[in-house]
Design a binder for this molecule. Structure first.
Ligand SMILES: *[C@@H]1O[C@H](CO)[C@@H](O)[C@H](O)[C@H]1NC(C)=O
Ligand SMILES: *[C@@H]1O[C@H](CO)[C@@H](O)[C@H](O)[C@H]1NC(C)=O
Ligand SMILES: *[C@@H]1O[C@H](CO)[C@@H](O)[C@H](O)[C@H]1NC(C)=O
Length: 170
């Protein structure tokens, strides 16, 4: 009996983790905002200024697959709109591409076919996620201290989940 309930608990935990992983995975950042943000004439520099990008997040490029593509390039190529000698061809063929931001650095993307000079390029500065620091403990009521402890636990759980999801889903 005891073994059975242990198995049940394990099953529930695995299901919960799978659910949370798929939730985490579905949190994509739509490049340019909206479903089809990867288009000429959309000021992606302006768009990126209003975003925060954290390690392990995913970018989503939605666009017309007949016209555009997505290439990861270096800074020089980004600045000069050079689509030769790119770092990575992100283009999948369906006009719906995802890209995981695995490192804390600035990533550069552009579209080939001359569309880069029409504004289809974006620099994505990625930072490590840092949980907001709690206020000093001495000046807090019980409730406030409970709240900040809760925040710390929450941040920890999220961190653990992210690393679990990353190792499970690659
Ligand atoms: C896009 O936005 C940036 C930042 O606000 C600005 O400096 C730049 O001139 C804009 N580019 C165009 C083509 O409007
Ligand atoms: C960036 O990529 C271009 C094209 O492959 C290459 O010619 C250039 O040397 C690279 N620049 C740097 C700083 O790596
Ligand atoms: C990038 O990959 C896609 C899909 O494999 C391919 O159709 C396309 O020609 C590639 N683009 C470049 C510039 O290599």
């Amino acid at each position: 009996m005891e073994f059975l309930s242990f198995t049940k608990t394990m099953m529930m935990m695995i299901m919960m983790i799978a659910m949370m992983c798929s939730m985490a995975k579905s949190e994509l950042i739509n490049v340019g905002g909206g479903k089809y943000g990867w288009v000429p004439g959309n000021n992606l520099t302006q768009w990126a200024l209003n975003q925060h990008f954290y390690v392990n997040e995913w970018l989503y490029f939605g666009y017309d697959r007949h016209l555009f593509n997505v290439l990861e390039v270096n800074k020089t190529s980004y600045e000069n709109c050079i689509d030769q000698g790119f770092i990575k061809n992100v283009t999948g063929g369906a006009g719906r591409d995802v890209f995981q931001l695995t490192e804390a650095k600035t990533y550069y993307f552009l579209s080939g076919g001359g569309f880069c000079s029409q504004g289809m390029k974006v620099a994505v500065p990625v930072t490590e996620y840092v949980a907001p620091a709690p206020a000093p403990a001495a000046h807090k009521s019980g409730a406030a201290s409970y709240a900040s402890n809760f925040q710390i636990y929450h941040a920890l759980v999220v961190l653990i989940l992210i690393s679990m999801c990353t190792s499970i889903l690659g």
